[in-house]
Write a protein that binds this ligand. Sequence first.
Ligand SMILES: *[C@@H]1O[C@H](CO)[C@@H](O)[C@H](O)[C@H]1NC(C)=O
Length: 435
Amino acid sequence: MPKSTEPEDGSESDTDIFKIRTFYLFWPYIANPIYRSTNFIAPMKRSIRPLISIVMLVVLAATLSCRIAIRRRGVFTVSAEQESTRVLNQPLPIQNFNSTLLKFAATDLGEEKSKLEIEQLLEGNFASQGRYRTFATWRRFNHQDVKARKSNVLPVMLKSPKFYRYWLDFRRNLQDWARKKVFQPDIMMDLVRLVKVPIDSHNGLMSIDKKYKSCAVVGNSGILLDSDHGKLIDGHEVVIRLNNARTENFEKNVGSKTSISFVNSNILHRCAMREGCFCHPYGGNVPMVMYICQPVHFMDYLVCNSAHKAPLFITDPRFDMLCGRIVKYYSVKRFVEETGKPLDEWGSTHDGSMFHYSSGMQAVMLALGICDKVGVFGFGKSTSAKHHYHTNQKAELRLHDYEAEYAFYHDLVKNPQAIPFISDKFKFPAVVIYK
Ligand SMILES: *[C@@H]1O[C@H](CO)[C@@H](O)[C@H](O)[C@H]1NC(C)=O
């Protein structure tokens, strides 16, 4: 149970909560000042938990990607249609993008579903099985409700003052997140402020508005076992690792230094089932950056944030959105070029509304924003290599299009001008991909 300094009183009748409707969601600008930038990045510090068994790490790390249903893409204040027009109106020098592809990539097939899900969550409707399971995790806040099941689980839990507090925070965080989820091509220029400055401050460093000299982003591909890049990786100023892949016994191949642990929220969700939200294969002091796969995971975030010593940052939803568009563009482009089929058929071959970039892709994007030089390790595959260096997972997930992401990395190295959606003002760092 996370330590908490909050008062044990202040609980209200459980039914009151359900009367609070989604008013704020639809009139957000009246209800609340927005863009309180600290909201999403405010670190909280608490106790370190001891190391736990390697077996558990393997389980955690096996979840490389968001494999549970991803009904994301939040509540837009501007429709995709209007937005893509705005994108197209921006001057795009040098590169001539195909406007049909741009427009299609900017349209979010899962938008309606995602809006509905967020509405339901804000209303306290946790009917679906997946959400119920998440909320069942928080039963520890109310020990009398062990028998509570299905839809009545939340009302019972709300009788617990501690849970009630989390619930209010959950709604506030989710509302802010959903509201911020708009397309913003300039967000790349904000990553130093949003991520690097607070991490430096956690590490006791002066926050100068400069990028890291060099960063290694270490993917989890089995190709890492083919070469001994360990020393090379550790030689970077900052090493970013993904989804808690362990380094023990692989130091020769993957190095041992970790400066930033990048995860998706499914990883944290699994950690959250453990006492103390244990989630630190790299040590309790390593900051984590996490993107939200499912809005319901804000509950894991809130509870674990109060249990973690190191800061846990949630990626800015505008940054998520930019990553999503870029990968979708590459996926769609590849699809029409290789199959010659019409655009509409893309959805059925890529899980349509579930389609999502991989954690690795967003970690590379993060590195582009906060580093002067980026070395990319352990991305890609070969017929002889395992899917992950540290697990025996065989299959790739269909909701990712790794080939499209490789095409994106290729452009990063050779021709960053060919990458759509990122603001022209952004200066790409030098990128090297190590095989
Ligand atoms: C843009 O892509 C679409 C879809 O593949 C294609 O039908 C169209 O001809 C392309 N337009 C140009 C100008 O190349």
